[in-house]
Design a protein around this ligand. Sequence first.
Ligand code: PLZ
Length: 457
Amino acid sequence: MTDTLVPDTSTTDELTARRIVTAIPGPKSQELHKRRLAAVPVGVNSMLPVYIRRAHGAVVEDVDGNRFLDLGAGIGVTTIGHTNDAVVEAARAQLGDFLHTLFTITPYESYVRVAELVAERTPGSFPKKTVLVNSGAEAVENGVKIARKATRRRAVAVLEHAYHGRTNLTMAMNFKAMPYGTGFGPFAGDVYHVPSSYPYRDGLTGAEAAARTIAYIEKHIGAEDLAILVVEPIQGEGGFQTPAEGFLPALQTWANEHDVVIAADEIQSGMARTGTWFASEHFGFEPDLVFFAKGVAGGLPLAGVTGRAEIMDAAQPGGLGGTFGGNPVAAAAAVAVIEQIEEQDLLAEARRIEGTLRPALEELQSEFDIIGDVRGKGAMLAIELVAPGTGATTKTPNSAAVQTISSYAGQHGVLLLTAGTYGNVLRFLPSLAITDEQLHDAVSVLREGLIEATRRS
Ligand code: PLZ
């Protein structure tokens, strides 16, 4: 038999549509889940315990052969698609050369190349520098650290509904206690949550919201003690709150006037996700620092801070680093991701996705009164659900419907993520490789889920 020499014929090309062939989770997933419950603490939760065997483009396949349309991309990580061929090839090539040296011991080119490429693509034409780290939270930590050194000030301001990570400082920066912070304190001090712009609920213009934020900062913190103001241009875990026009530029003007470092946490919204390289661009916002992670390396762990050279250079030699920061395989993958976004014009794909998905969601909104708001940009869209009949009055958050719909979608082959301070948001973060046909199919499942949620309420 020559079979062993024949390549696996079950190529990833087949991964184009959802397909449910067992109960969800299937028998093999259930077996694995039993082992996992014995070996992994309950604090590490899984939205849908189907164990994944392979993935390509916008589809993942589990160990039982079920296939899911992936509308979450691992929370906005596989932005250019699962196992993108060019990214896999770049990582594979690097694997054969060297896996690690530690950039702070003996450096290598790909780290420098990522720094150059990201600096060219973040907003603002001023000179920039970049430090690479392993995770989004670590990028935020470093941004704060650098801003404190540069300003010689102590305080950190973040917006209501913010999410910034799971380390001690970033837990303090999160708005939502449960599950991110509850019981895990004491937390880092000198972190202040300030009012944000949430047009659906506050009804304020960008100028009004910014005036409220600034007044709060001046009263409660004082500009002279404020090192850094960190904002997510479109809030991620908080529920995809998209600020009113003018809000972010007004904060920027105020921060610049008061020598406060203003940073965009673009960890979820950046790297082509919204149809521009970084979501800040939609709002005419030029932050001093940009935090990036998630989508930058196609699924490998890489993150960083890019910012004004004079701020970034405030940290003393040896003050920034970390064993794995800017790992050569992750850096090689990131170079490939950025090249792919450009060569395949993936920014246009994010806009295509919005062009298909937003009208479909708006149509559902006219059909189902529990959809209070449709918002976001590009391939970062969300619907906020409210209790029946409250859309024009109290807008009472409807997290029960969100749970019903997300679980209905999972059972029917669509990975649909939740979000929101009140758990009442469904978010759509598909890979830019998702086709219109796949999107329409996912929306048909969403519609069935909405019918189910309406029936239960
Ligand atoms: N800033 C805006 O979205 C990560 C969290 C997943 P890390 N969001 C997903 C989970 O359950 O932990 C995130 C983000 C924004 C920072 C972070 C933190 O990035 O790479 O997870 O540390």
